[in-house]
Design a protein around this ligand. Structure first.
Ligand code: SF4
Ligand code: SF4
Ligand code: FES
Length: 234
């Protein structure tokens, strides 16, 4: 097949390579083949190769995807593939983006657990049947791949917007009954760059490889912020 791969920085261009088709070949296999046999200067990032680390996301034929679990058979069009870096993130080189702003926004959304117990306290017993636990479970498997962030138009328009992954993380913590930082977290996500900036386009939810719905999480945050505002606690 013919594979076009982005080379260089923001002013770079696509370069074309011929890559043999293999059974069960993934897009990451294709990039690895190019780097190992055709162009050793090609920069790209991966770690686990099994869909756990979140580091291998790229844009494949215009769509953001995790490449280690995307089979070529599913995405190839007329024996051609176009592979570029994730959108909405600064480009370092070739297929490698700078993820700092993505993770800085997790931090801005107070995406860290704030415990209230000491090591002398017993384990918290969280009822797996409670609505809060179910809501947290729905978003907890995020691997931080950035696919949703790259798919979100609001991120493209508004560089300050916290984005779907950081807001999804904030929502899982708001639902965590052991967490003591809810009010501060709701304040962090309530501003212009927070949950109210989401236009409910659903691209994040459509693209998330872990079948998480950041759209639902953001809707939950909007409700929680409105409730806190009505109570006068924000
Ligand atoms: S639902 Fe919201 S966060 Fe998700 S892609 Fe649309 S605007 Fe972005
Ligand atoms: S919500 Fe989904 S698409 Fe977004 S970073 Fe997490 S796993 Fe990736
Ligand atoms: S290499 Fe780890 S998720 Fe793809």
């Amino acid at each position: 097949m013919k594979v076009s791969v982005w080379k260089g920085g923001a002013q770079g261009r696509f370069e074309q390579f011929d890559v043999p088709r293999e059974p069960s070949q993934t897009v990451l296999d294709v990039v690895t083949y190019i780097q190992r046999t055709l162009d050793p200067t090609l920069a790209y990032r991966y770690a686990c190769r099994v869909g756990m680390c979140g580091s291998c996301a790229m844009t494949v034929n215009g769509v953001p995807r995790w490449t280690c679990r995307t089979h070529v058979d599913k995405v190839v069009v007329k024996e051609t593939l176009q592979i570029g870096p994730l959108k909405n993130l600064p480009l370092i080189r070739d297929l490698v983006t700078d993820m700092r702003e993505f993770f800085d926004k997790w931090s801005r959304a107070k995406g860290q657990f704030e415990g209230a117990r000491t090591r002398q306290d017993d384990f918290a017993a969280v009822d797996p049947r409670s609505d809060e636990r179910k809501a947290a479970d729905a978003g907890i498997e995020c691997i931080g791949c950035g696919v949703c962030y790259s798919a979100c138009d609001v991120v493209a328009w508004n560089k300050d917007y916290l984005g779907p992954a950081a807001l999804n993380r904030a929502w899982t913590l708001v639902q965590d009954e052991r967490d003591a930082g809810t009010l501060e977290r709701l304040r962090a996500v309530a501003g212009d760059a927070g949950c109210h900036a989401c236009h409910t386009h659903m691209s994040c939810t459509e693209r998330c490889p872990k079948h998480i719905s950041p759209t639902a999480a953001i809707a939950g945050l909007k409700r929680a912020v409105a409730k806190a505002a009505l109570k006068g606690t924000l």
